[in-house]
Design a protein around this ligand. Structure first.
Ligand SMILES: NC(=O)c1ccc[n+]([C@@H]2O[C@H](COP(=O)([O-])OP(=O)(O)OC[C@H]3O[C@@H](n4cnc5c(N)ncnc54)[C@H](OP(=O)(O)O)[C@@H]3O)[C@@H](O)[C@H]2O)c1
Length: 251
């Protein structure tokens, strides 16, 4: 059975993707920091497919390299890497942000993503034709909005890194996609507001946001396209989300 590695599998898109790949019989390497959630997922999905769980903070380059270098031989033929672990913090304006929050976003969304990619690339290249790297970008990487500051910038990095990776992987058969979701109801806003459930509920209330399963379906679709097709970037918004007018400062 093909093998997928999913970072940030303890919640949201990552957990929904784990379930989607399981339904198709894939073997899974699932990572995240919350061990009890990984164990629960292994308990749930391990009845149907082979599941390896690894408690891993993607910001820790050494731990990431060691974890991937010591994968058991039956989990090494990696077909798909879903670089999903990520977060937004500090919804307030840039001038009010705690610098630590900017660093955490960069360390996770940029450094963490390249840590995992660097470690997994040899395995994906060994698999070659049909392998894929699916990076979770965001509409925030393209479209600025108040409070987007470093989060949007990290997702712009993910987009450009995805394209540049494609150039270097030319000839290996490994595909790379930047998946860029819009408003999606997960634990994302709870994390962004540091646990403010009311603020999270308010953001999603009265509209129809994307659900984690919607994105998981797209990730699975990309991973199982015919070998000769590479989707470079897939931007997905809820029907009820669009852009807004420029904001003009007036006297
Ligand atoms: N929801 C949205 O509106 C939206 C839109 C566009 C893009 N995205 C992107 O989609 C991805 C998934 O977000 P989500 O909406 O599913 O949010 P979520 O429900 O909060 O899930 C985020 C996942 O990332 C993991 N994670 C965070 N920091 C980590 C670290 N240092 N090391 C390892 N794992 C870490 C979390 O696991 P642990 O806490 O257990 O480590 C969790 O499993 C993120 O990259 C996010 O930026 C989300």
């Amino acid at each position: 059975m093909p093998i997928a590695m999913i970072t940030g599998a303890t919640s949201g898109f990552g957990r929904a993707s784990a379930r989607r790949f399981t339904a198709a019989g894939w073997s899974l390497i699932l990572t995240g920091r919350r061990t009890e959630r990984l164990e629960a997922l292994k308990q749930e999905l391990g009845k149907q497919v082979d599941v390896l769980i690894i408690t891993l903070d993607v910001r820790d380059a050494e731990a990431v390299t060691d974890a991937i270098a010591s994968l058991p031989s039956d989990f090494r033929p990696l077909k798909c890497l879903v670089n999903n672990a990520g977060l937004a913090l500090a919804p307030e304006p840039a001038q009010k942000v705690n610098l630590k929050d900017w660093h955490t976003m960069i360390d996770t969304n940029v450094t963490g993503l390249v840590n995992v990619t660097h470690a997994a690339l040899p395995l994906l290249i060994d698999t070659g034709v049909g392998a894929s790297i699916i990076n979770l970008g965001s509409v925030a990487g393209h479209w600025p909005y108040p409070g987007g500051h470093v989060y949007g910038a990290t997702k712009a990095f993910v987009e450009q890194f995805s394209y540049n990776l494609r150039c270097d992987l030319q000839g290996t058969g490994v595909r790379v996609t930047d998946v860029a979701p819009g408003l999606a109801e997960t634990e994302f806003t709870l994390v962004r507001t540091k646990g403010d459930q009311a603020a999270s509920d308010k953001l999603y209330r009265g509209t129809t946001p994307l659900q984690a399963e919607d994105i998981a379906e797209q990730i699975f679709y990309i991973a199982t396209l015919p070998d000769h097709i590479n989707i470079n970037r897939l931007e997905i918004m809820p029907t009820r989300q669009t852009w807004s007018a420029f904001n003009i400062d007036r006297d």
